[in-house]
Design a protein around this ligand. Structure first.
Ligand code: GLN
Ligand code: ZN
Length: 762
């Protein structure tokens, strides 16, 4: 019999119940007991669903109040000293203080750092490692949730923990001389052994350790550590079976090491890591271990091609993993997809039939395992075949005109023909700007008032005419404010935009929006990514009305603001029936038309933001050049239709861009704004090595804090930049958009910034 596993289920609840409960708790409106009950309800519903669906092994401890890596921090007692934790079990308030910072009597601490979980849009809390740090089992969560799960699903409950190796590699040493692998791993292993021993004694059949770090390039030293880790755990496991779960790609060099680990099963991603199947074919897999085949895409929302998956599974079976040693599963935890496509009653039935969210994916995995065992659910397979057929042949997904245009533009190898240096001279004539020109990144504070108006408009409590009039008023105010502050290049403020991707998605063909398609981004924050299902086209201009209006109010140059093709792609669920690069090129062509429309409206500067250029990068180094190639090409498609005198700007946030400077330069933007405030030195080091010959605006202050930096401070930043970068090419700006800030701090800060620029000129 073929087993069916699930690696993890969404924890937010089908209507984001967890968000409501946690935020209520933070506000003091919900008691701890109330919060815990809401959480228990979500878990229970998830388990009952998975049990009824027919899963053989059901995850528990995949739930989290904030983040599963933070749960591991609590389990190991790795609470950084600044939280004043006294030992014992980590209480809920200490837990949330690590996640969000805290300000209460006797305590004023910032949150722990948060960063992207591999190449997803989920964020985890970064563990901190110190000299002589001690680790001790400090949370009952995995044991309590196991007991709770047992009561619902019995022996099928399978506790999930972040694997020790990934935990250590995801963390950061805070003291000099601390090597996570050498100093931290052996110590946390002792705690992991204790936890495993307890789960084993409590009667778990399987325990899952997530080791997604194995799909990145790993050194031989790290692979040695992998072996040591699981040898140590094997000694402590008693009667329990260990599953090592890898996902988000193929395991590369780690395959050989994984095959010989003293564990009982390994989960492989066969969607993003099709190479894993090649490894199986070439190298086989040990008889005594379970091969968990992740054939249902846990990262996207499309219906599985059941026949194709069945083919993969049969192939695996041919190569020696069969019977009870072959298990079917999603490719990764279902944390990264929404809960239930059946809720999307606002989508038309055809489009909905193409989608599979977490619940649908669980059912697909079960159906595949049954079919493999000769118990094929004909009706289910039939419905699947019909839905796939409708998607494949639908006119809605293909637009011949778009395809023809994209091909033509690609064939012309897009790019600006006049070199940046010459464009610089031409643009200087047309755009008489002072040296050290001042500007912002685009958005201005989105006040309560703006949000409220948008909500009322969406709920149809405000007419479109009134809403537009309101937005124009806000736009006019902010143009006036910028004149008063004395900025040189103005923006319209982006008040009409809820979100930098959703705004454009709603105006483009080929995008669909769900009602409840939320996925967790971090803590209680969820996002609802648009679904790109068809060819992307722009039926009409998207931004000219707002930007043209703002320009009509001022003589100063006003920037047109657009979200770049790579960012629109990265923050959406992308169709899987063609390469991402093709979808990106289509978006790029739509944006190209928008850029040209702005230009003909008299807009002299167009900014195309690409904050995700770096995060969209593949996890494996060898796959990066190809990605960067089409990402840069897409940007060039969008930006290169303009005349020489039109200036193209771009912006990137929080990125470690040192290693992709060549590609950033190849975007050929006339001005590049980059986030800088967190690490001036790093930025300057990059520019010492890489001679950048176009305009640069290294953010002169950090917009993530309400602090108002003084004139001297910003002047100093500028002086430091001017030492490394050509002062003739330096721009003066904040490091990101101001949408999350208030006007109280924004106005004085921008005034100081303008004063700093004036001092530089003098
Ligand atoms: N123009 C956008 C803004 O100012 C850029 C946002 C971003 O970089 N994430 O809000
Ligand atoms: Zn930014």
């Amino acid at each position: 019999m073929t087993f069916v596993f699930n690696l993890g289920f969404p924890r937010i609840g089908r209507r984001r119940e967890l968000k409501k409960a946690t935020e209520g708790y933070w506000k003091g409106a919900v008691s701890e007991k109330g919060l815990r009950e809401a959480a228990r309800e979500i878990r229970r519903a998830n388990w009952i669903f998975q049990k009824d669906a027919g899963l053989d092994s059901i995850p528990c401890n995949d739930f989290s109040f904030y983040d599963h890596v933070l749960d591991a921090v609590a389990l190991l007692g790795a609470v950084p000293p600044r939280y004043g934790w006294k030992g014992g079990t980590v209480d809920l308030d200490t837990y949330f203080a690590m996640a969000r910072g805290a300000q209460r009597e006797g305590l004023d601490v910032t949150a722990m750092e948060m960063t992207k979980w591999f190449d997803t849009n989920y964020h985890y809390i970064v563990p901190e490692f110190y000299q002589n740090q001690e680790f001790r089992l400090s949370s009952e969560k995995p044991f309590e949730e196991f007991e709770e799960a047992k009561a619902v699903v019995g022996g099928r409950a399978r506790p999930v923990l972040v694997g020790p190796l990934s935990f250590v590699l995801l963390g950061k040493a805070k003291d000099e001389g601390v090597s996570p692998l050498r100093d931290v791993l052996p110590k946390v292993l002792d705690v992991y052994k204790e936890a495993l021993g307890r789960l084993s004694a409590a009667g778990a059949e399987w325990v899952q350790f997530d080791e997604p770090c194995l799909v990145q390039d790993r050194s031989s030293e790290e692979l040695e550590a992998l072996k040591r880790t699981y040898q140590a755990l094997a000694e402590a496991k008693g009667g329990v079976k260990i599953l090592v779960a890898t996902y988000f790609g193929h395991v590369g060099d780690a395959y050989d090491a994984l095959a010989v680990l003293p564990v009982d099963g390994v989960a492989f991603d066969l969607v993003r890591g099709r190479r894993n199947l090649d490894f199986l074919r070439e190298k086989g897999f040990p008889r005594e271990k379970t091969f968990v085949a992740g054939v249902v895409d846990g990262r996207n929302v499309w219906l599985n091609d059941l026949e194709a998956s069945l083919g993969l599974l049969q192939d695996a079976r041919k190569h020696g993993v069969a019977g009870e040693r072959l298990a079917v599963a999603p490719s990764c935890s279902l944390l990264h997809v929404p809960v239930d496509a059946d809720q999307e009653s606002a989508l038309d039935a055809e489009l909905r039939s193409w989608l599979a969210f977490a619940k649908q994916k669980v059912r697909e995995a079960v159906a595949l395992a049954r079919a493999l065992d000769g118990r094929r659910d004909e009706a289910f397979f039939d419905a699947n075949r019909k839905a796939l057929e409708s998607r494949r042949t639908s006119k809605r997904t293909r637009n011949p005109q778009v395809r023809e245009r994209v091909e033509k533009i690609l064939a012309s190898s897009p790019g600006r023909s006049t070199p940046a240096g010459e464009r610089f001279k031409i643009q200087r004539e047309r755009l008489p700007l002072p040296s050290f020109p001042t500007t912002t990144i685009g958005s201005f504070p989105q006040t309560q008032e703006v949000r409220k108006a948008r909500l009322r408009f969406r709920k149809k409590e405000m007419s479109e005419t009134d809403y537009k009039a309101f937005l124009k008023e806000k736009t006019r105010d902010v143009v006036e404010l910028q004149e008063e502050i004395g900025l040189d290049v103005l923006v319209h403020g982006e008040f009409e935009r809820n979100d930098m991707v959703e705004y454009f998605g709603e105006l483009l063909d080929g995008f669909a929006f769900t009602q409840y398609g939320w996925v967790q981004s971090y803590g209680s924050r969820c996002v609802k990514p648009p679904v790109i299902f068809g060819d992307v086209a722009r039926p009409r201009p998207m931004t000219t009305e707002w930007i043209g209006y703002a320009q009509s109010l001022t003589k100063k140059p006003l920037k047109g603001m657009l979200t770049g093709p790579v960012t629109i792609l990265t923050w959406s669920f992308v169709r899987d029936d063609q390469p991402r690069s093709e979808t990106c090129a289509q978006i790029a062509v739509a944006l190209r038309d928008e850029v040209l429309d702005l230009e003909s409206e008299g807009i002299r500067i167009v900014q195309i933001d690409e904050p995700t250029l770096r995060e969209g990068m593949p996890l494996r180094k060898e796959e990066r050049p190809e990605y960067l190639d089409w990402a840069v090409r897409s940007f060039l498609i969008s930006s290169s239709g303009v005349r020489d005198e039109t200036q193209i700007h771009t912006h990137m946030c929080y990125c470690e861009f040192g290693d992709i400077m060549e590609s950033i330069s190849a975007l050929d933007a006339d001005v590049l704004y980059i986030e800088n405030s967190r690490s001036d030195q790093e930025l300057l080091d990059v520019f010492k090595k890489f001679r950048y010959d176009k305009g640069v605006g290294p953010g002169v202050y950090d917009i993530h804090s309400p602090r108002v930096p003084g004139v001297e401070e910003m002047e100093e930043n500028l002086r430091a930049s001017a030492k490394v970068l050509d002062p003739g090419h330096l721009w003066v700006n904040p490091d990101c958009g101001l949408k999350t800030r208030g006007f109280e701090e924004t106005t004085p800060t921008l005034k100081n910034m303008v004063a700093a620029a004036k001092r530089m000129r003098a």
